[in-house]
Design a protein around this ligand. Sequence first.
Ligand SMILES: C[S@@+](CC[C@H](N)C(=O)[O-])C[C@H]1O[C@@H](n2cnc3c(N)ncnc32)[C@H](O)[C@@H]1O
Length: 279
Amino acid sequence: MKITPTEFQLLRDYIEEQCGICLNREKAYLLESRLISFIEAYKCKDFSEFYYIVKGGAHADLKDKLVDAMTTNETLWFRDAHPYSILKEKILPSFAQAVKDGKKNKIKIWSAASSTGQEPYSIAITVRDFCMGQSIIKKEMVEILATDISDSSLVKAKAGKYDSIAMSRGINPEQLNRYFTKEANSYVVNQEIKEMVKFQKFNLQDNPIILEPNFDVVFMRYVAIYFNDEFKKNLYKRLARVLAFKGFLVIGAVETMRGLSEDFEMLSHANGLYYRCKR
Ligand SMILES: C[S@@+](CC[C@H](N)C(=O)[O-])C[C@H]1O[C@@H](n2cnc3c(N)ncnc32)[C@H](O)[C@@H]1O
């Protein structure tokens, strides 16, 4: 079934309104392919009928299912490598000094688009490795909050169970051995790492102050690419407000904040960039 330009516009606007994900006309095929199962399940004669069903609100969870279907959950372990070197070699050591000086006793990290969990668990593994190598920051002092809008991703992330294809993307044999348990054809994140991460549903359209007013580090990677510039500007503004004094922001390697925010200064380490809140 083909989507007409009018149907595309209606659904495109509705999706952007719900979650900020912005689809251009070239993505009409994406709407068609991702929504066809809904068209069949709700026995709709076309995409406009489906649009009016979702908008009508009679099916309570349909809006969430539609948003879920339109998210792209591509992720991998230790994506781009440098964010984790930055965390281990720059950010955590700077907090260790603050803890030593009695200025800090908790470290709060937010993985703001955690998808199926590879990012927050990679953060947890990095924190755990760091904590084993020194005695100032204890693992228990570090809180990792992982959020996403996609219900299906959150379910997978909480289960922490991955197939061999997912495991072939960024985990080395030593980490596999140390942090995962094999169960039939899957690998499950060990309890110690699982317990370090708390998962929660959160829409980046909303104000993260409801999650926590004082994050020390935010990983917001490969999600702003789906939003328009106005959304990105507001998002970075909200992030600057929930970051602690001189808190850190890590974005995707291909992403830029140029022209979108004046609230952050750019730093570099390990061939990668990261940002620090100016205030
Ligand atoms: C491409 S994945 C990136 C995952 C991970 N950060 C990484 O870099 O590997 C993008 C994620 O952003 C989530 N997302 C999209 N729009 C969102 C929104 N408005 N609020 C929260 N999460 C959103 C999607 O569900 C998806 O899991």
